[in-house]
Ligand binder design. Sequence first.
Ligand code: NAP
Ligand code: MG
Length: 502
Amino acid sequence: MAEQIQAENTLRGWQAAAAEIQIDGRAFIDGARVDALSGETRATSNPANGDEIAQVAYCNADDADRAVKIARSTFESGVWSSMAPSDRKMVLVRWAELIDSHSDEIALLETLDVGKPIADTLGIDVGAAIRTIRWSGEAIDKVYDEITPTPSDCLALVTRLPLGVVAAIVPWNFPLSTTAWKLAPSLATGNSVILKPASNTPLSALRIADLATEAGLPAGALQVLPGSGSSLGQHLALHMDIDGLTFTGSTPVGKQLMEYSGQSNLKRTFLELGGKGPNIVFADGNLEKAAASAALAVFYNGGQTCTAGTRLIVEESIMEDFLAMVIEHSKAWIPGDPLDPATVMGPLIDSSQCQTVCDYVTIGVEEGAELVFGGNTVYGQSGGFYHEPTIFAGVNNQMRIAQEEIFGPVLSVIPFRGADQAVEIANDSIYGLAGAVWSRDINTAHKVAAAVRVGTMGINNYFGGDITVPFGGFKQSGNGRDKSMHAFADYTELKTTWIEFE
Ligand code: NAP
Ligand code: MG
């Protein structure tokens, strides 16, 4: 392996580190790096300039079948599944520490592969992965099972057992943190896991898998298979010997995965899907804070965030002034080179995502919404996929730009009159992932927060939360829960043992 990277935290420092970094794009199976059985590879590229970063193993159904066999025999051997929880804990804690000591390298890989600003990958994504793995490890030897209130001549035990072999399929927008959200609880509970990263962004998951082995994770407990969603991903989802499937990605693919489960072995299928986050601002809110937060809520990660606050629902009486404040804050979200530590917003992931955003800007204009900020792609000569932060005012919630997930830096601003209408607009969506309400009146804030049908609701903040709280969606935003002790439920079966005494 390459020397540990420690970059000077400047644009030059990161450019130098990027020029030096050695990347191993092979798959990770049975504790080692291997080529795909076919020998095929595909390039992964840098969204900031379109350049190839590395060739990556292109795994297919044969690799998947091999990985499933290894995962199954590892599970049945008990080397991981029957290890004492306190010992599994130590492996996960060591793994978190190793990721911590490789922070610069992993952040750089993520920035190159995803186009995310280095300040974010270093300050947010890597830290989130470390905390998730450490927390799940530390929690697992503190979970108690149950004894139920039976008559005294019986004893009933309710225990949680690992599912067996779990497949995890993750997207490109938060590759490292979603990978950690899936791997930490599934491994902590003793499963053997097969992870398929997104085709666009396989590098950070492969690298942390090496570190898992170094931390003492037994060979075969984890495999990372890069490859295409429509072939490798589908094969995993239809596999008869995979017991659980955990997914983060789009709602249409999530629906297909449920069908695949039904067509195959009814594998437990947990989905974290899209969103169209309502961010509701009342006239009595802290408007300065709400305006800054409204820009962050939609432009962070270029709007490629499932929880993004893409519908800004504003009390009509303050619309004009508040919109002006949001526009002022949006000027800070200038796209820039992701390797520059001063950059707050990078490029979009690829040309097709950028085209989708452009198409929605056209749709918004055609629907009659008022384009009040941004609206264009920028820096075309860089070869990257940069788009300005963009705001539509005068949006009606029936418009496509208010109903459909754009997954780019596009804000739809919608007026409301009265709390009931705010809630009605917020809930008029197929999604129910995240939202927020801004008001200094505890009654308004709490009543609205309770009435909005989403998995995570902020009061006087957007994006609040940490590893201690569950994360997931209502409605077509999904069914599972990542993070917190509740995530363990997605990776375990409840078993009853009923004992009668003579
Ligand atoms: P996507 O197209 O659904 O892809 C997600 C993953 O599924 C990728 O690894 C993809 O592989 C794979 N895949 C695609 N088609 C498949 C199939 N037929 N069978 C099995 N696997 C398949 O989503 P995306 O465009 O990458 O990600 C953006 C979406 O994720 C957005 O809708 C966003 O809201 C959602 N998201 C949700 C959360 C959450 O927690 N709720 C978090 C982040 C993102 P390829 O890369 O090879 O296509
Ligand atoms: Mg890439």
